[in-house]
Design a protein around this ligand. Structure first.
Ligand code: ZN
Length: 104
């Protein structure tokens, strides 16, 4: 049995645990209280932790977790201001140059 993931966020640990179980990897949780409560005294050794029961599946589990975090939503594409023609970063909702709002 090996530890593969630990995080203060119970919800995140729960998601990873589900992911591993769905992939056929038996897991065991420690310090997992359910819900989304965050412990008032954040001591790392008491964070919710996922253990993989079968050592031969540890690498597979780690890869799944890595993929899970790598699959972030694609950043919004740049857009061109219809007022002044500047190219604006996708996360901005108005033109950095003339404050003209982004048109959808
Ligand atoms: Zn502009």
């Amino acid at each position: 049995m090996q530890e593969v993931f630990q995080d203060i966020d119970t919800a995140k640990v729960g998601m990873i645990d589900e992911l591993l179980k769905e992939s056929g990897i038996p897991t065991m949780l420690k310090n997992f209280t359910g819900g989304s409560n965050i412990t008032s005294v954040p001591i790392p050794s008491l964070y919710p932790t996922i253990f993989v029961l079968d050592d031969s599946q540890v690498n597979e589990a780690r890869e799944l977790i890595e993929e899970f975090f790598a699959a972030k939503p694609v950043e919004a594409a740049e857009w061109n201001c219809s007022h002044c023609g500047e190219s604006v970063d996708g996360f901005l909702s108005e033109c950095w140059s003339c404050q003209h709002p982004k048109e959808s």
